[in-house]
Write a protein that binds this ligand. Structure first.
Ligand code: 5RP
Length: 214
């Protein structure tokens, strides 16, 4: 089975976590696009969605799903998103689609985070996928130098501006043996808006294709 089929299966299984009449938090990416397709089929059964990107908002609205501001809802019962890497503790690297900050905000505000991946993204140690870091534009060089001091090789994702008007550094050469510690450390660099490590708040449920990860 190819990766796209695995993503679609994960999205179909993730739908089973959606409760009738509820608010659904929606991530960003190609796997999430399959999820939005499925969610569109039950648009009359949910209340509305909160979205992690302009791209997902557009897809949701195209399928007739009402999208509301996170500030207008309380705790979100369910957040569904993809990831770029996932370790055995359900800690993630995210941000390949540059939506990491809004994704992390909705994940933090959610009771349950269901993450959908294909088998190639399941790793023992995070870091083979370059770690995305969203930065305030004027701090790009400074943050890059600070990351080099910590052993990473930052590469500016030139030409990409996030929905928040910021830039992204992709950090290569990291073997992330202490994801919570590294998330905390990178968060403390002035000019960093968000680190694409979801370790302090990992996923609750990971679906690898249609299989539940233990
Ligand atoms: O973090 C993300 C976007 O910022 C995505 O969830 C991640 O990049 C996975 O994307 P895809 O489902 O297209 O493989």
């Amino acid at each position: 089975m190819d990766r796209e089929q695995q993503k679609r299966l994960a999205a179909q299984r993730a739908i089973s976590y959606v409760e009738k009449g509820s608010v659904v938090g929606v991530g960003t990416g190609s796997t999430v696009a399959y999820f939005i397709d499925e969610l569109g089929k039950m648009r009359d059964e949910i209340d509305c969605a909160v979205s992690s990107s302009e791209r997902s908002t557009e897809l949701l609205r195209e399928r007739g799903i009402r999208v509301v501001d996170l500030n207008s809802v309380g705790t979100v019962p369910l957040y569904v998103d993809g990831a770029d890497e996932c370790d055995g503790h359900k800690r993630l690297i995210k941000g390949g689609g540059a939506a990491l900050t809004r994704e992390k905000i909705i994940a933090a505000a959610s009771e349950r985070f269901v993450c959908m991946i294909d088998p190639a993204k399941r790793v023992d140690v995070l870091g083979k996928f370059p770690l995305p870091v969203e930065v305030i534009p004027m701090a790009r060089s400074y943050v890059a130098r600070e990351i080099v001091k910590r052993g990473g090789q930052p590469v500016w994702r030139e030409g990409v501006t996030t929905d928040n008007g910021n830039w992204v550094l992709d950090v290569h050469n990291l073997s992330i043996v202490d994801p919570v510690g590294l998330e905390r450390e990178f968060n403390q660099i002035v000019g960093v808006v968000c680190v694409g490590l979801f370790a302090a708040r990992p996923a609750d449920i990971v679906l690898i294709g249609d299989q539940l990860m233990a």
